[in-house]
Design a protein around this ligand. Structure first.
Ligand SMILES: [Zn+2]
Length: 69
């Protein structure tokens, strides 16, 4: 039977387990309008631009309050 020859150190064990819990961020691109990091093929969350056009106006705190009431 195949058996491990040496016991792995706690660090080695923890590093192995940490690989399963890490977050995959995927690829990010820069917004052509404001330069913020955004996901490809998505409207920029910072300025609401996509393909050089304003798609979604950026949200402000004032807009949020008006929407709730
Ligand atoms: Zn932007």
């Amino acid at each position: 039977m195949a058996n491990p020859k040496k016991k792995h150190t706690p660090m080695r064990r923890d590093m192995r387990r940490a690989q399963n819990s890490r977050l995959e961020l995927g690829s990010l691109t820069r917004c052509s309008n404001c330069g913020a990091a955004r996901m490809p093929h998505r409207v920029c969350p910072a300025c609401g631009h996509y393909g050089g056009e304003l798609i979604l106006p950026p949200k402000t705190k004032k807009d949020k309050k008006e929407g709730q009431s």
